[in-house]
Design a protein around this ligand. Structure first.
Ligand SMILES: Cc1cc2nc3c(=O)[nH]c(=O)nc-3n(C[C@H](O)[C@H](O)[C@H](O)COP(=O)(O)OP(=O)(O)OC[C@H]3O[C@@H](n4cnc5c(N)ncnc54)[C@H](O)[C@@H]3O)c2cc1C
Ligand code: FES
Length: 276
């Protein structure tokens, strides 16, 4: 049996620039490609020999051949080296790990996605899952906020998302540089609550972004009578093992890697060291 810490060799087969500091890598395993399956919201551990290992969400579901996307923002050591990698580079990948978004529980319900910045990445496979199984779900509303128009990820996919039946996409940015035309809202993502139609009845909310953003999203939703158990958030914590062994990602009695990264707000309420 393979040691669970030993990564499988994977290869970058495409790189797409999203913003100045963010790229989407399409990756496949060198062996056993077809066997790789993952649910929206799950993550992988990517390792670079001599540098380190870091968790990243899948930003697409694996295709029939096992290839998948992950969208990565450069912030430090591992991501800095990844940023220099191109097609053909080999990496170590283990996983998938973690609890997914509630795409099964959300069937026949309306779905509200609220994302900030790169937080749209783990929600992208939710959008494509709904697109591919459109009749199984109710209305879809996507609220997305970025710092500036050029910080939006997946911007070239928005028109296609808007064409998904019974789907609305609302955009906002914190600020617009002089000379840039911006036909959408300005301000924080919760400002988009004024435009949304999703109500607490028979709906599920999934949110991902900076913790401070999610805090205001949760407050705004609770004020609109959404229930704690229907609001799902995806958390980020420093990780080592990714599978519930080392305690590195622990918050209270929860391990983010094993019990999350997707939690309902009901599961998290009252835990220490959370800004939600
Ligand atoms: C479940 C999960 C899914 C994630 N998905 C994505 C994703 O899809 N795309 C993406 O770009 N990033 C994602 N991240 C964050 C990513 O893991 C970190 O950016 C990465 O570990 C940074 O590694 P580094 O070696 O480049 O940075 P380091 O050199 O280790 O650190 C650089 C800076 O980033 C901070 N930092 C590092 N890791 C984290 C973290 N987990 N949370 C907050 N701050 C951190 C450090 O404090 C430091 O300030 C995810 C994290 C988790 C836990
Ligand atoms: S990263 Fe080891 S327990 Fe979560």
């Amino acid at each position: 049996m393979q040691d669970p810490y030993t990564p499988n060799t994977a290869e970058i087969i495409n790189v797409k620039k999203q913003t100045l500091d963010t790229k989407t890598y399409t990756i496949h395993f060198v062996k056993k490609q077809k066997k790789f399956k993952a649910m929206p919201g799950q993550f992988i551990m990517v390792s670079i020999p001599g540098i380190g290992e870091a968790p990243f969400s899948l930003s697409s579901s694996p295709d029939a051949m096992g290839s998948f996307d992950t969208t990565i923002r450069t912030v430090g050591n591992v991501t800095g080296v990844l940023n220099r990698y191109g097609v053909g580079t080999r990496l170590g990948v283990r996983g998938p790990y973690g609890k997914p978004w509630p795409v099964k529980e959300a069937k026949r319900k309306d779905i509200l996605l609220v994302a900030g910045g790169i937080g749209l990445a783990p929600l992208r496979p939710v959008i494509t899952t709904i697109q591919q199984n459109r009749k199984a779900y109710g209305n879809l509303e996507i609220l997305y906020g970025a710092r500036t128009p050029s910080d939006e990820v997946f911007a070239d996919e928005y028109e296609e998302w808007r064409r998904i039946p019974k789907t609305k996409l609302f955009l906002t940015v914190d600020s617009v540089p002089t000379g840039v035309t911006w036909p959408h809202k300005k301000g924080v993502v919760t400002g988009l609550f004024d435009d949304m139609e999703t109500s607490p009845e028979n709906s599920v909310v999934m949110t991902c972004g900076p913790e401070i953003m999610m805090r205001f999203v949760i407050r705004g939703l609770l004020a609109r009578n959404f229930r704690k158990g229907q609001i799902y958030v995806s958390l980020e914590r420093r990780m080592k093992c990714g599978m519930g062994h080392c305690g590195h990602c622990q918050i209270g009695e929860k391990f983010v890697c094993r019990d999350g990264p997707v939690f309902t707000y009901l599961d998290l309420e009252g835990l220490p060291d959370l800004t939600l």
